[in-house]
Design a protein around this ligand. Sequence first.
Ligand SMILES: Nc1ncnc2c1ncn2[C@@H]1O[C@H](COP(=O)(O)OP(=O)(O)O)[C@@H](O)[C@H]1O
Length: 293
Amino acid sequence: MASSTAAAAAVTSLLPPPVGAERPVPQGRLLFRASRAGSRPLRLNPARHHGLSPAPRAAKAVEAGKADPLNVMIAGAPASGKGTQCELIKAKYGLVHISAGDLLRAEIATGTDNGKQAKEFMEKGQLVPDEIVVNMVKGRLLQPDAQEKGWLLDGYPRSYSQAMALETLGIRPDIFILLDVPDELLVERVVGRRLDPETGKIYHLKYSPPENEEIASRLTQRFDDTEEKVKLRLQTHYQNIESLVSIYEDVIVKVGNLSPSYLERSALLVSSRLICYSTSCCLYSVELPHHRL
Ligand SMILES: Nc1ncnc2c1ncn2[C@@H]1O[C@H](COP(=O)(O)OP(=O)(O)O)[C@@H](O)[C@H]1O
């Protein structure tokens, strides 16, 4: 991407006007309707969000000139595209990517007591208890690299109590991105998802198949990526997400219906704005703090 302005111009010229959001203005400058004081909290109702989703409400502009590094939280159901979004956001902003699921899988891989306990819950599609997760994530967030560069927290918090554990330390995101994808797409994505353990690249047997037989033969599947388990994980997700939405109402941006074809170019971060795409070609942009630009 030659420059962020050029990227924005290219992007806006490719897409139809966003539905439910203000039209882009020339030179890639995009406007986003910020939340109003007293507006109702965003309610997540998966049944109503097929295709066109309403413009996200919150996405408060954070005051310019703030000295602290950028802090972003990203949430969404299994296979909603968090990993892909994280790669793009991380690459642009140099944030430290902290994935609660990856931290847990690392504990499992090294065979710690925490890992052994965590696996029992993960196999059932349930949340791992706070005693294990909260300190693990807090500890990682407070490490110098995350404090200096800013962090991108993926898959945490997933419950009211986990969010409050950070609130009590004064740890808040500048933006809380919530990806919202219909369940039937999620199940298909999870069941076909494969990992190349050598490169870390994620494939999908149908949407993003491996390039050759050699790669295909070494692909692995996550132990919890079965249809039965993903349904349980989805239930857990919906049970918990509402409470998070209310806590982060002032900084939340909801992105609907990301499809595989859009994932490659989603979450372009242009100028002072974070831009996400949905299958309906809606384009949402959120004003970011200026300090990390
Ligand atoms: N913040 C968290 N609190 C409790 N359990 C978690 C948390 N994050 C991840 N887990 C556990 O790890 C599993 C895998 O999480 P993750 O890798 O983020 O994948 P997904 O978002 O696809 O479920 C979850 O199903 C859950 O059991």
